[in-house]
Design a binder for this molecule. Structure first.
Ligand code: HEC
Ligand code: HEC
Ligand code: HEC
Ligand code: HEC
Length: 164
């Protein structure tokens, strides 16, 4: 009898152990890997695409805003703010664009302006930044800057004469 067959008890236990480990792994994998994982080749669940497509849209995009608020678009012409998306300041308003009633709340001027313009060392030096304590004596940004054309003060003559 060859020497290695004398140890077949050892081998048998080893094979059983490995078998249990493999079966355990396969069972774990079966229950833990979600359906459709890797079905499209990538390291993700195929159904995640549909889940995301089915989420309601939060942002309408400025083209939609301008369809109804063309006056605001006209106010922005020539301003450094002309390129900023409406919803960067107004927040996501797809629900309002789909159904304008009731109208959304106006943003808080000081809070919204300082999100971008509050001086901070992390901002590029060329970006216009202010320190409110030095820049103004209390009050609100909107008293001196029109939000849609901040180079102008309220009441200053505009290319599209508008009040408010
Ligand atoms: C289908 C037309 C329509 C679309 C699209 C639309 N709005 Fe309006 N919006 C209105 C109407 C009507 C009112 C209420 C009347 C008013 O104040 O002009 C209003 C009111 C507002 C107000 C409040 C005005 C106030 O006087 O307090 C804001 C702010 C506003 N819209 C921003 C937006 C933004 C930003 C978008 C794009 C995401 C947008 N709207 C898309 C029709 C629309
Ligand atoms: C830089 C920030 C900013 C951007 C960009 C911006 N808005 Fe405004 N908007 C404001 C603020 C702040 C107010 C509130 C002004 C107030 O309370 O007097 C306002 C007010 C309004 C109002 C109320 C009526 C009025 O004339 O004040 C409407 C409507 C409006 N915005 C629509 C828009 C639309 C449409 C766009 C894009 C074409 C846009 N906004 C882009 C900051 C912004
Ligand atoms: C989403 C970011 C953002 C918000 C919010 C914002 N701004 Fe601006 N602002 C800009 C950018 C970008 C420029 C153009 C900077 C440039 O071209 O150097 C600018 C330019 C300006 C300028 C002209 C500065 C110059 O060099 O002539 C003023 C004044 C200004 N903003 C005031 C305001 C006021 C007041 C508010 C609030 C109603 C506001 N901004 C809100 C991004 C923002
Ligand atoms: C009392 C009037 C007044 C108030 C209130 C005011 N500003 Fe100004 N702001 C000015 C004037 C005038 C200038 C142009 C002269 C200058 O650069 O100081 C200016 C310039 C700016 C500039 C351009 C700075 C640069 O370096 O080019 C920014 C950005 C600005 N303001 C943002 C704001 C913000 C944000 C608020 C509110 C937190 C605000 N301002 C409140 C009068 C005002």
């Amino acid at each position: 009898m060859p020497r290695w067959t004398q140890d077949k008890q050892h081998l048998f236990r080893l094979v059983v152990l490995v078998g249990v480990a493999v079966a355990g792994f396969l069972a774990f994998r079966h229950f833990m890997v979600p359906e459709g994982f890797g079905a499209l080749g990538g390291h993700y669940r195929a159904g995640a695409l549909d889940d995301n497509r089915n989420r309601p849209r939060a942002f309408a995009g400025r083209a939609a805003c301008i369809e109804c608020h063309s006056d605001i678009d006209a106010q922005r012409v020539g301003s450094k703010h002309a390129a900023i998306g409406c919803e960067a300041c107004h927040g996501p308003l797809a629900a309002h664009a789909a159904n304008p009633d009731p109208p959304p709340a106006r943003p808080d001027v000081n809070a919204v302006c300082l999100v971008c313009h509050l001086a901070g060392s992390a901002k590029p030096a060329a970006f216009p930044q202010i320190n409110p304590a030095e820049h103004m004596d209390g009050g609100r940004c909107g008293e001196c800057h029109l939000p849609h054309h901040p180079e102008r003060a309220p009441g200053e003559s505009t290319n599209q004469e508008s009040q408010g």
